[in-house]
Design a binder for this molecule. Sequence first.
Ligand code: ZN
Length: 208
Amino acid sequence: MSTANPWVIVGQVSFGKGVFARKPIPKGTDIGQVLGKIIDDPDYASPYCIDLGNSMSLEPRAPFRFLNHRCEPNCALHSHDVVYEDGSPAPSEIRLESLTDIPEGAELTIDYQWSAEGAIKCLCGSDQCRGWVVAIEDLPKLLKSQKPKRPRPTSAKSPSAKSNSTASTSRASNSGGAAAKESKSATATARKPASSLEKPKRKSPKPR
Ligand SMILES: [Zn+2]
């Protein structure tokens, strides 16, 4: 029963559960293996499952099941190749590693890197928020598929920068959720993933 991880505890966030640092976690720490059920089904998808490639998915157990997304995460999942004793490939081992120093009590987050098809609006609030829970490489595709929406130039600080004030921008409201920030020019700030290490993707739940 003692599956407790020495680094983390599960706690509450406003919309559910999250994973928090039990004590300060230095950058580059191998926090632990993401354990769970391995499912061999190319169509399998769930909000939590992690794509292992080769039609395999991992449905993680606590605590790492409750890792939340942030566009500027402080952790990342890494996949490690595993082979059976006879040398044939086994499902990869997924481990969580810290990308920054994480103070005690802070929430641990990862970048879900969902595909454009399953993307939902992101309210993570980070400076680098892409506006969507979506993989960086899928962002252009996602934005293309959206109704043409123009970022409003309102964020310009200079009061003289006023322009076509009549242009309606209300068409952008897309779903019930109030997107906290949508005028960020997402394409311009697309940056490289925080590390170029091989990263398993979380699978987006398939809209059916
Ligand atoms: Zn975000």
